[in-house]
Design a protein around this ligand. Structure first.
Ligand code: SIN
Ligand code: FE2
Length: 222
């Protein structure tokens, strides 16, 4: 397969920067550069801190498998949702955030109008066919002034992006490999989720979608 074949489903360049809500932007192919190095960095993190299906406080086992890198990692268990300095499985610090991932997140944030983005946490979510993420807000962070930066890799998915009001109907956005969504400001607490992943085969990732969300947690959280 030629490398450019991986991006055949990309829209034309004029669609590269699409506002989707106040303070929220879809950057088509925002993560396309350095593709293979990015994936190697993600796989290296997963090798150190394996993907696992966390329990929610409500007693539900997530269909998405998660891990983290950075100074803080997101943890869910029967006690609640929080950020932790150590991986509860290994009791080791989470793997460092690879420089290429941090650089991508900072560039995307800047393109979306958020300068000086310094995320301490990167949550890695793996979706196999059928896996989904229910509508939720990212609100475990103390620092709500910084945006969330979300990179999609592998199989396409339907991302649902709403507003800070749960009752508002979310808009469906089809995200493909390399797309980045940034949401902050008035959309920082927007409800969002992912519809059950359709089966397929991606040239680099096979039957998987991997999503990375970069978060500024803020001081004094752990
Ligand atoms: C998340 O909300 O943490 C992940 C969103 C996604 O997988 O696109
Ligand atoms: Fe989220």
């Amino acid at each position: 397969m030629r490398p450019q074949d991986l991006f055949d489903d990309l829209p034309p360049p004029e669609a590269a920067h699409t506002p989707i809500a106040p303070g929220a932007v879809l950057l088509r192919a925002g993560g396309r550069d350095g593709d293979v190095a990015l994936l190697q960095a993600v796989e290296a993190v997963i090798a150190q801190a394996p993907l696992r299906h966390m329990q929610t406080p409500g007693g539900y086992t997530m269909s998405v498998a998660t891990t983290s890198c950075g100074a803080l990692g997101w943890v869910s268990d029967p006690q609640g949702y929080r950020y932790a300095t150590h991986d509860p499985l290994s009791r080791q610090p989470w793997p460092a955030m690879p420089a290429c991932l941090l650089a991508l997140a900072q560039r995307a944030a800047a393109q979306a109008g958020y300068a000086h983005f310094q995320p301490e946490a990167c949550l890695i979510n793996q979706y196999l066919p059928g896996a989904k993420l229910s509508l939720h807000q990212d609100k475990d962070e103390k620092d709500l002034s910084a945006p969330i930066v979300s990179l999609s890799l592998g199989l396409p998915a339907v991302f649902l992006f709403g507003t800070p009001r749960r009752s508002d109907r979310p808009q469906p956005l089809r995200l493909v490999h390399g797309d980045v969504v940034v949401w902050g400001g008035p959309s920082r607490l927007a409800y969002h989720g992912v519809q059950p992943l359709a089966d397929g085969a991606h040239g680099l990732l096979g039957r998987r979608r991997i999503n990375l969300t970069f978060r500024c947690v803020g001081r004094g959280v752990v």
